[in-house]
Design a protein around this ligand. Structure first.
Ligand code: SF4
Length: 333
């Protein structure tokens, strides 16, 4: 049976918009608006969407960097369940790590690499001496293709790809079970991107990790994930196994993302989907949030938010794939 690690239950993350000299709250940015996800051990999940889709907020919420406005993220660790928005024991907190897009910003420029990497290990207290820590970290550096002596250099002495390898060492050094990777290769040269992605695949197998891989690039999402979650303006619009989702995307937004990288064939792609700009997350359209960009929008799309429901093995939030579409078509004819 699949071992469930993470349960995201009815998660909402709203950021207040404050104006005026008294910083009054005049509205909210609904970065995550009521989503549910289950992640099993060793599953590779890719979360894909444009900027403003809420994917980074989701990642930060899962590692506990952002507190939910409502809803919960529950994490199963060694037979116990923890609420990620609460104070956690150090071994639980360290077992979920995040790797960021810009590796430079996550390394202290004033500290040698060893000083940055050893700190969480010292807090945890599982090593007997500084030499033991240095040996352990040196071994991990070699695993990611770097030299042991790099421990004694500063972050500015490394290229972007090398710094991202150091971020990977930091995550695995803490015996992580889950790593959230937020666009970890998008700031790297194209030639280095595939090396880092391949390294991440090898590290996952060797350390028995579960990845949540956040990206705007659906090709990278397929390469890194067994399952793909597509997000748009704070909502999940489609979830399916990666191969199936690429072969047969249902949601018009998934089709739009795919059309930027491959020619897609689907029963609903007879109309051209224009890329355009997503609306402001402050003024989210009524009903279906994608309707202002969707060439298939119907009357019901402005009135009713489509729920995420099963359709031919996929989970999809679109009125095209419900009985209501037929009712509307009859009424409109
Ligand atoms: Fe387009 Fe309507 Fe489906 Fe939204 S619900 S994606 S507007 S067809």
């Amino acid at each position: 049976m699949d071992e469930n690690l993470i349960n995201v239950d009815n998660l909402k993350v709203y950021f207040p918009i404050r104006r005026g000299i008294f910083l009054q709250t005049v509205g909210y940015i609904k970065a995550i608006d009521d989503i549910n996800i289950k992640i099993n051990k060793n599953e590779n999940i890719s979360v894909v969407g444009e900027s403003g889709s809420g994917k980074t907020t989701l990642g930060k919420s899962i590692v506990g960097l952002i507190k939910p406005t409502s809803g919960k993220i529950l994490y199963s660790f060694n037979g116990k369940t923890f609420d990620m928005s609460k104070q956690l024991p150090i071994d639980v907190r360290q077992s979920i790590q995040m790797i960021f897009q810009d590796p430079f910003s996550s390394l202290n420029p004033r500290l040698k690499i060893i000083d940055t990497l050893k700190e969480p290990l010292e807090i945890r207290g599982s090593f007997r001496s500084k030499k033991e820590i240095a040996d352990y970290l040196g071994e991990l550096l070699e695993k990611v293709g770097l030299k042991r002596e790099y421990l004694y250099r500063y972050p500015h002495e490394f290229s972007g790809g090398q710094r991202q390898r150091i971020s990977i060492v930091r995550a695995i050094s803490m015996k992580s079970k889950i790593i959230v990777l937020d666009e970890p290769t998008s700031s790297l040269d194209v030639s280095v991107q595939s090396q880092v992605l391949n390294l991440l695949q090898d590290i996952k197998k060797e350390y028995d990790l579960t990845y949540i891989f956040i990206t705007h690039n659906i090709s990278v999402a397929k390469y890194m994930g067994q399952k793909i979650i597509v997000m748009y303006l704070g909502k999940i619009v489609e979830i399916n196994d990666a191969d199936k989702l690429i072969d047969k995307p249902f949601h018009p937004y998934t089709q739009l993302l795919l059309s930027t990288v491959v020619e897609i064939k689907s029963e609903h792609v007879e109309k051209e989907i224009k890329i355009g700009e997503p609306p402001s997350p402050v003024n989210i359209p009524s009903g279906c949030r994608f309707r202002t960009r969707c060439p298939f929008a119907m009357e019901i799309c402005a009135k009713k938010e489509p729920p995420l429901r099963e359709y031919e093995g996929s989970l999809v939030a679109c009125h095209l794939y419900s009985n209501e579409k037929k009712e509307v078509s009859v009424n409109n004819s």
